[in-house]
Design a protein. Structure first.
Length: 222
């Protein structure tokens, strides 16, 4: 009982701040034969940040925009005539050829020509999109196109992702568009994501144009 009383008194005793012991000494934790080194100062200079910032983060693969086959002044002047502007979203299931369709339009309206077989995917401008070969973000692009009688229109296309995990990108694009181009692979047909996107387009009350793509697969594969 006396020992318990002494322990209780010791616990309740007043200890000065300089005599307080918050942590155990290294000798109490490790053996006396173990050599311990205590670093009192930081070896990293205060002028150097703990996490250094990236000097130059490259996100896009295109540093310069290729020259158009039409003048940029003409494109800007068409913005004043809203009746000549068309906002169109290109939607469809994954790998049904949405980005490749826009690549063909870009090739026809730019001075820079490239081989479409190389699959450059002009609207997949993010490095991550090029590496994974899939569209991750909706990418807008403005082109001046002509109809069958040669009248020019300013077409604002939006290349949308086809993966179901990025359906929010498609839903957002539908709210700013006048119509959509629904791309369907002729060999695979209507997929579940195709039905979902068509439902979203009808709920948004936009005009729907069906685009049957990859007809060559009927000859090469079937």
């Amino acid at each position: 009982d006396e020992d318990e009383d002494e322990d209780e008194i010791e616990e309740r005793s007043i200890v000065l701040h300089e005599d307080k012991k918050y942590y155990k000494y290294a000798e109490e934790i490790y053996d006396k034969d173990v050599e311990t080194l205590v670093e009192m100062e930081d070896t990293q200079p205060i002028s150097e940040p703990i996490l250094a910032a990236i000097d130059k983060l490259k996100i896009s693969i295109y540093d310069e925009i290729p020259a158009y086959s039409f003048s940029r002044e003409f494109l800007v002047s068409m913005l004043e005539h809203t009746e000549l502007i068309r906002n169109v979203a290109v939607i469809g299931h994954l790998h049904h050829g949405k980005t490749n369709i826009l690549d063909m339009l870009v090739q026809q309206t730019h001075e820079k020509k490239w081989n479409l077989a190389d699959n450059d995917r002009y609207t997949d401008s993010l490095i991550l999109e090029q590496e994974r070969k899939i569209s991750l973000k909706s990418t807008p692009i403005s082109l001046v196109l002509q109809n069958s009688i040669g009248k020019s229109y300013l077409c604002n296309f939006i290349d949308t992702p086809g993966h179901v995990n990025f359906s929010d990108e498609v839903s957002t694009s539908l709210r700013v568009c006048d119509g959509v181009i629904l791309v369907v692979d002729v060999a695979e047909g209507i997929m579940l994501q195709t039905e979902r996107l068509l439902k979203h387009a009808l709920e948004a009350r936009v005009a729907v144009t069906l685009f049957i793509n990859k007809i060559d697969r009927l000859i090469l594969e079937l």
